[in-house]
Design a protein around this ligand. Structure first.
Ligand SMILES: *Cc1c(COP(=O)(O)O)cnc(C)c1O
Length: 376
């Protein structure tokens, strides 16, 4: 680089942006193999579906590929119609996003200002603090449940309610939460939503709900009609296996969706994603297989952790948080050298923990062997 930077961007960028800690993604397989000169690695670091997409989604992508010279349908009509039927909710109460991350950022852009506040939990999903800080609003972070309590490190709804005030415009809740895998029960969650004033949005992020198989697990979309300040976000990145396409959505009162639509980029969801998501919704078999693989994989890895004497937090997602009982960075690096990518969570101030995605049976076996090696 021969050009001299005339000014220092840190001196003239938005102050809230300068002090922002960027999102740290899971290490890509290509990067690991380039850096370590190894082959045949596996990635259990970003909660992707180890089965990948279903055949029907792949076929839909192939069929739509010829049209990528055209802009996508910016209104996402066909997908919204399918989602409206799935959720029994009006199309104008659905906002599509480039991943649900996009929708979370739209919520912050549309509802937060430098004068307002947003509430979320310690160890809540990493996108919440980033979206809130970038908006210039003040983050109010509720302490999580203690590490030795049931639902360790999970959201404490009473603590969150205590932080909701006159300036609170948004509360972010992940159910189940990433990276902890913890969850909230229906009665307590609905009570919380009802207790929040109608001029404060409650966002329930259900990125992993397809994996939470318990009959009693709350599907917050059922409460939309009762609570106009409720927003429910979903994604095709996890159980539907479409992480690379980037598509998710929000369900909300149409008036809330109208605000999100004002800040939404004109063509924020690409045409292949629209086609694949629609096909994925119709592929109940692939979804069921994905959930079944996760269920047996979860049993396998939890039994493996127990055999290794490694503590984990019970999870209803497709990932588990383990406590290495020592700084996890060396464990992570040893596993990397063995070609197994997992996720350190130092960015969550959990330096002794690793978050591990449930893989296929052989991937889980390999992960457990690498963990054992790393610990001994
Ligand atoms: C992965 C994840 C998302 C969103 O992912 P997208 O790929 O942007 O849809 C949202 N919330 C939580 C809690 C997640 O773990």
């Amino acid at each position: 680089m021969s050009r001299v930077l005339a000014g220092n961007p840190a001196e003239f960028a938005a102050p809230a942006v300068v002090t922002l800690a960027p999102y740290v993604p899971g290490k890509p397989i290509e990067e690991l193999e380039r850096e370590y000169g190894i082959r045949g690695s596996i990635k259990l670091a970003s909660n992707e579906n180890p089965l990948g997409p279903g055949l029907r989604a792949l076929e839909a992508i192939a069929a739509a590929a010829g049209d990528i010279g055209l802009y996508p349908d910016g209104s996402g009509f066909a997908l919204k119609r399918a989602l409206a039927a799935k959720h029994d909710w009006p199309m104008d109460g659905i906002t599509l996003g480039n991943g649900s991350n996009d929708v979370l950022v739209m919520i912050a852009e549309a509802f937060l200002t430098q004068q307002s506040e947003a509430v979320f939990s310690q160890y809540g999903f990493a996108v919440y603090p980033i979206a809130v800080q970038a908006s210039g609003a003040t983050a109010r972070v509720a302490p999580a449940r203690p590490p030795d309590a049931p639902m360790a490190l999970g959201h404490d709804l009473d603590a969150m309610a205590g932080l909701v005030g006159e300036r609170t415009r948004v509360v972010f809740i992940a159910n189940p939460n990433n990276p902890t895998g913890t969850w909230l029960e229906a009665a307590a969650l609905e009570r919380f939503i009802g207790s929040v004033p109608p001029s404060t949005l409650v966002v329930i992020d259900e990125a992993y709900i397809e994996y939470a198989q318990d009959e009693a697990f709350p599907d917050a979309s059922r409460w939309l009609a009762a609570y106009p300040h409720l927003v429910v976000t979903r994604t095709f990145s996890k159980a539907y296996g479409l992480a690379g396409l980037r598509i998710g959505y929000a369900l909300s009162h149409p008036a809330v969706a109208g605000m999100l639509n004002r800040v939404r980029q004109a063509f924020n969801v690409n045409s292949l994603a629209l086609a694949a998501a629609r096909a994925a919704l119709e592929d109940g078999e692939h979804l069921a297989r994905s959930v079944a693989v996760n269920r047996s994989g979860m049993k396998q890895v939890c039994a493996g952790f127990k055999a290794l004497g490694v503590r984990h937090i019970p999870s209803v997602g497709n990932f588990v948080l383990i406590d290495c009982g020592r700084p996890a960075q060396a464990v992570y690096e040893s596993m990397l050298r063995q070609g197994v990518i997992v996720r350190p969570v130092g960015n969550y101030q959990l330096p002794n923990h690793l978050r591990i995605t449930i893989g296929t049976q052989p991937q889980n076996e390999r992960m457990l062997a690498a963990l054992q090696q790393a610990l001994h």
